[in-house]
Design a protein around this ligand. Structure first.
Ligand code: HEM
Length: 478
């Protein structure tokens, strides 16, 4: 019996063993192949240099115009290269495909990243720093307030702000960027709070100016430092927004502005989430729009034929409004702003040439392979908008200011002044609208000349003409 069992056992073993060995081997082989295919450790890092220990290439970056630093690197290493700046290893990407990969198709592998001090100052729950469900919810709420259907009713109010702003420049030498900041601030506040919250606006502005002064200072939170004052102002801003929320709740208002959008949400945001996002939107809306407007004034002054074409387009709109106004309203309407193709092309070309945001920052959340290179987990990844906008492959004769190039649509993913993908700019329609409205009155009623001959660029942090573009203004006489 024992031997029979033994013989049967041996026979079974002899039959089954080869299959077991085969199965085991193929499993090991498959596991190994899978591990090999998913392991990116064997991939090379992109070309480039990491500079000195700790400081990397930070000095090289800041000792020249950053745009020159990036352009030289790209010339030497190609569209993907590594470097080490501001204490972080970075991969710079300057092809349209790479920017799309990071910002759109594989956006989940790259999270937004900001220095901790900036997050604290703006508010940790602000939209820029988020991913996933909370980010998607915030985006829905912000887009609801800034989509064309929501902002079309604000044209007359924006026009009133533009007219007030322009008349304050009459016969003056102005610093264009400073004045444009005031304009963009007032438009942003209108779109966030509507016309009702006048009571708190002055107080809010004062606190925001203090916050702004500390934003780019050393993050040392000791009494007397700009950073400390900014953090105090940030706290006060939260309190002001809380007061505005309380008065909105009491008034049962039917407003359709951003504050209303944040408050209406079924899964309502908390008061501190609302405050962080209101302050965040002001931050995103003001200096960006003001920088673009400043560049527009410079390029129009330097290109008289383009200025003349814009003027003719805007005068035509003015004439048609005067004819209509015999029995109606002279105010600009949303429909008027849709009849400004030449002016719109000037805005596009300005955003391309000036590329006020040279790049944006992301961080790889895991090891990522791109075009045979390893982007290691934790490294910063910078899609280089400016390099893409200045590549002759995407825009022939790229340094030339030529709005007519936008008569044809640019190639996909080559023009990204408002970013791309999940974090692209939800305020882009408002930004374009307020620029068109200002340019209508600016070109039809005023003339301006650049004061001083020095040309150059400064970063604050957005690219700006040197000294904020001092300009002499006067009314047109004809
Ligand atoms: C010409 C003016 C403007 C330019 C060039 C601009 C550009 C941009 C860019 C490039 C981004 C994406 C950044 C990234 O991917 O890291 C962005 C995001 C954003 N912008 Fe703008 N922007 C402008 C005006 C505005 C205005 C007027 C508002 C609001 C009224 C606004 C609100 C925002 C917000 C809230 C975000 C963050 C979106 C998110 O993280 O999901 N921007 N902007």
């Amino acid at each position: 019996m024992v031997s029979l069992v033994g013989i049967m056992g041996n026979t079974i073993l002899m039959l089954v063993l080869p299959s077991l060995v085969y199965l085991l081997c193929s499993l090991v082989a498959r596991a190994w192949a899978w591990a090999w295919s998913t392991s990116k450790v064997s991939l090379p890092l992109p070309p480039g240099s990491m500079g000195y220990p700790y400081i990397g290439e930070t000095f090289q970056l800041y000792s020249k115009n950053p745009n020159t630093f990036f352009a030289l690197k790209q010339k030497k290493y190609g569209a993907i290269f590594k470097t080490h700046i501001l204490g972080c290893p970075c991969v710079m990407l300057s092809s349209p495909e790479a920017a799309k990969f990071v910002l759109v198709t594989k956006a989940q592998l790259f999270k937004p990243t900001f220095p901790a001090s900036k997050e604290r100052m703006l508010g940790r729950q602000a939209i820029f720093f988020q991913q996933g469900d909370y980010h998607a919810r915030l985006r829905r709420l912000v887009l609801r307030a800034f989509m064309p259907d929501s902002i079309r009713s604000t044209v007359a109010d924006i026009e009133a702000i533009a007219l007030r702003t322009l008349s304050s420049w009459d016969n003056r030498l102005i610093t264009t960027f400073q004045e444009m900041k005031t304009y963009a601030f007032n438009v942003a506040l209108l779109s966030i709070f509507g016309r009702d919250e006048i009571g708190h606006i002055e107080e809010l502005k004062q606190c925001y100016y203090t916050l702004e002064k500390g934003y780019n200072s050393m993050p040392i939170n000791l009494p007397g430092t700009l950073f400390h004052k900014a953090m105090k102002a940030r706290k006060q801003l939260g309190e002001i927004v809380a007061k505005m929320l309380a008065s909105r709740r009491e008034s049962n208002s039917q407003a359709t502005d951003l504050l209303a959008s944040f408050m209406e949400d079924k899964e309502a945001l908390t008061d501190s989430q609302i405050a962080d996002n209101i302050i965040g939107v002001i931050f995103a809306a003001r200096d960006t729009t003001a920088s673009v407007l400043t560049w527009i004034l410079k390029y129009l002054a330097e290109n008289p034929a383009v200025l003349q074409a814009v003027r003719e387009e805007q005068e035509e709109i003015m004439r048609s409004k005067l004819e209509e106004s015999k029995d109606g309203d002279k105010c600009l309407t949303w429909a008027d702003t849709r009849k400004m193709p030449m002016t719109s092309r000037v805005i596009q070309e300005t955003m391309r040439v000036a590329s006020i945001l040279s790049f944006t920052f992301r961080e790889a959340v895991e090891d990522v392979e791109f075009e045979g290179y390893l982007i290691p987990k934790g490294w910063k990844v910078l899609p280089m908008f400016r390099n893409i906008h200045h590549s002759p492959d995407n825009f022939p004769d790229p340094e030339k200011f030529d709005p007519s190039r936008f008569e044809k649509s640019p190639k996909p993913n080559t023009f990204m002044p408002f970013g791309n993908g999940t974090h692209s700019c939800p305020g882009n329609e408002l930004a374009k609208l307020e620029m068109l409205v200002l340019l209508h009155h600016l070109t039809t009623r005023y003339r301006w000349s650049l004061s001083g001959t020095e040309s150059g660029i400064q970063f604050g942090p957005f690219a700006l003409p040197l000294n904020g573009l001092p300009v002499r203004f006067s009314r047109r006489t004809s």
